[in-house]
Every structure is written in C-alpha cells, then in structure tokens.
Ligand binder design. Structure first.
Ligand code: ADP
Length: 384
C-alpha cells in the first residue's frame, strides 16, 4: 500500500453487526472509507459506512462485487462463504485473515484437529457424525458436545454431566470434548501484521452467564499471576504464528484446576473480550485489525487503566424499538464509557451495547459494573 496517499484504503467488511460498526468507526479515524456486505439494510455497521451492499455473506456474487469495490477485505463474523473468498484471494484480492485460516477455524472439528496436530494444548476430543448414546457413554462424562459449525455465544454447546443429560444432545455433526475443571476463562487478543510481527494484549478474565452463556462480565487484567499472564500471551501468540494469520485474533483459553493452559477456541476477528480496549488501551482492537491488514505498524497494547466490561442485553420479555431505562444515572458516574450499537429492534438477550468502567481499582470497577447491570435496562415497545 502507498503510505500517505489518502484515503489510505477502501475497506470491505463482510458482516454488518456491532463488530463491523466499531471497525467502521476505527476506519473513519484512520481515514479509510468502508463498504459493508450484510443482508440487513439497517445493520449497525451499514448505518455508519460509506456504502452497503445488501446481500448475504454466503452470496459469491456479492462477495465478488465487494472485492471489486475495495482495496482490502476483512470480516467480522465466521459464518461466511470461505470458498468464494478463497477464489477471490487466488485471483489476487487482499483478504485478511486469509480465507485458508478462516476455513480451518469455521469448523470446530478442523480447528481442534489443527491445534492437536501442532501440539497446542487443548481439551481431548473425538469427532462424531451423529451423536449416539453409546459414543457419549464410551467417551465418558462429564463431557461437552459442540456442533462443528454455526455455533456462537454458547449456541451449539451442550454440557452433559452424566448419561441422564444425553436427552439434551444436539442432533448434528459434532465433537465431544472432555469437560475441563475451569479455574479461569481467559482471552488474549493477538494482532499479527503482514511482516509476521505479533503483539498481544494482556489476558482478560471472562465470566459467562450460567444460563445464556453470553459474556456476562469481563475483567481486565485477569486476576492471575504475572507468570501465568506471560504464559497465556505466549500461547496465544504461538497459535496465531502457527496459523501465520494476518489480522486480529481472539484466543479463548481455559486455566484449569491444575494451572494448565488449554486453548478453547480461536476467533479470526475482533472479539467481545476486546471491547474494553476501546477505552482502556492505547490502541484498540479495531484499529489494530486495520493496522494489521493494511501493513501499517501495529499499535501499543499497553493498558491505560484497569477495566470491567458488561454487555448491555435486551431485557427478557421485551421486543421492538429499544427503550433505555436508567441511562442518566449511569452516565453521571465517573469512569463509565457507554457504547450503543444502533440496533433498531431489541429482543431478549440481544447484544445492544456495552459499558466499560475504568478505575485504578479493578474491584471497584467490577462492583460498579454489577450495579450498572441492575440499574440500566433495555426494554422495548412490545412487552410479553
Ligand atoms: P462458543 O463458540 O459458542 O462461544 P465455546 O466453545 O466458547 O462456544 O463454549 C461456550 C462455553 O462453554 C465456554 O465459554 C465455557 O464456559 C463452556 N465450555 C466450553 N468447552 C468446555 C470444556 N471443554 N469444559 C468445560 N466448559 C466448557
């Protein structure tokens, strides 16, 4: 790319959700116009982008159009047509992370096999075309069944603590994974540039909603030792270096009861566990993604403050146009950074925004976010 000529590049983004929206915001800061491909003409990213192609992320023609209109393509979700993207990459279009990396990650089975073959620690597993009671019994309980494709936010994941839980199995091609006694769920965001250099953010600690499996509370930095943090960063960088990926990656890790680090899964994109970087780090994950895919120097991953983050989810039993309760009280509190995704419709548990609280005392930030979660409610115009 020719540094200095403006605009730096026209970015094509496959997917127009909140991750795409925050990427468009970062691109605007760098002086890069964006075109979004998303089926929803009102999608969060499309509202802010220079242009939107309204179409499916699985439509090869639309992906070709996007490639023709843009200098570089990236994506904000995994559930897209990696075969069409591979063909475009083979024709010389710049697509990052490369579609071959996306293809490995899209299928949880090929992702796990990839890790296992390269001796990257991950929970033991077996592949299963169709889960049967016998296969689960033979594997042994407790186990975690994971759908190979299409799962997110815990959809497509079924914990079976004993044979009695087989009734809840998912009837689809899957893998069975050993249930890990988890001490901490961690995530490390890693960016790797076109020159092969990587930078890693400090590990964060993720707490999930026990019922909905959506990230409930994020604490940055994670409450682990300096050695454990360094080991988590080194393992996450090793994963991205092994993939030779270019872009930003969210590496989800388990620290188990024996203090062993295991890779749970890889996201070849920005991640919910990196949202605090918008307010708490010198360079946020979205700008970092752009720097990586544009061949610019990667930014500093240094933290400016400890941070706690919560997702703002649509309240149970409400749908329709969002109605926010308690916003004034929240915004009046020091250290509160509020982010709204612009979705025109709320649904129960839908991610509508997030709040990051900055405070030199992480415990204080944590207490504040928990209070904010009960003070701020996203209801809708339709109840019931
Ligand atoms: P998703 O792609 O939907 O985020 P994950 O693989 O991250 O699915 O699983 C969702 C959650 O299920 C994890 O955050 C973790 O709490 C739990 N989980 C997943 N795998 C295991 C495992 N092997 N042992 C114990 N808990 C697990």
């Amino acid at each position: 790319m020719t540094a200095g000529t403006m605009p730096l590049a026209h970015i094509g983004i496959v997917g127009g959700g909140q991750l795409g929206r925050m990427l468009v915001q970062a691109a605007a800061r760098l002086g890069c116009p964006c075109t979004i491909l998303d089926p929803d003409p009102d999608c969060p990213a499309g509202q802010l982008a220079a242009e939107q192609l309204v179409g499916s992320c699985h439509d090869a023609d639309q992906l070709r159009q996007l490639a023709a209109a843009c200098d570089v393509i990236t994506y904000e979700r995994e559930d897209i047509d990696s075969t069409a993207l591979s063909e475009l990459a083979a024709q010389g279009h710049a697509i990052y992370p490369e579609p071959r990396v996306l293809a490995i990650i899209q299928d949880k089975l090929t992702q796990k096999q990839y890790l296992q073959q390269r001796a990257i620690p991950t929970a033991p597993f077996v592949a299963l075309d169709q889960p049967t009671r016998q296969a689960c019994d033979e594997f042994g309980y407790p186990l975690v069944q994971k759908a190979r494709c299409g799962g997110y936010d815990g959809r497509g994941v079924q914990v079976m603590r004993s044979a009695a839980d087989f009734v809840h199995h998912l009837p689809m091609p899957s893998l069975l994974e050993r249930h890990v006694p988890i001490q901490h769920e961690l995530a490390v965001m890693v960016a790797r540039g076109q020159d092969g250099r990587s930078v890693a953010y400090p590990p964060v600690e993720m707490h999930f909603h026990p019922e909905y499996n959506i990230l409930d509370l994020l604490l940055a930095p994670a409450n682990i030792s300096t050695d454990q943090a360094a080991a988590a960063q080194a393992l996450a960088v090793r994963v991205v270096d092994t993939l030779q990926g270019i872009g930003i990656f969210g590496i989800e890790l388990f620290l188990d009861a024996q203090d062993q680090l295991l890779v749970n899964e890889i996201a070849p994109r920005t991640h919910n566990s990196g949202h605090h970087t918008l307010d708490a780090h010198v360079t946020d994950q979205f700008e970092q993604q752009l720097r990586a895919i544009l061949g610019l120097p990667l930014g500093s991953t240094a933290a400016l403050s400890p941070a706690a983050m919560i997702n703002l989810l649509g309240a149970a039993d409400y749908r329709g146009t969002p109605v926010i309760h308690g916003l004034d009280d929240i915004l009046a509190q020091p250290g509160v950074c509020y982010h709204w995704y612009g979705k025109y419709e709320t649904q129960p548990q839908r991610k509508m925004g997030h709040v990051t609280v900055l405070n030199p005392d992480l415990n204080h930030a944590r207490t504040m976010t928990i209070r904010i979660r009960s003070q701020l409610q996203i209801r809708g115009t339709t109840h019931g």
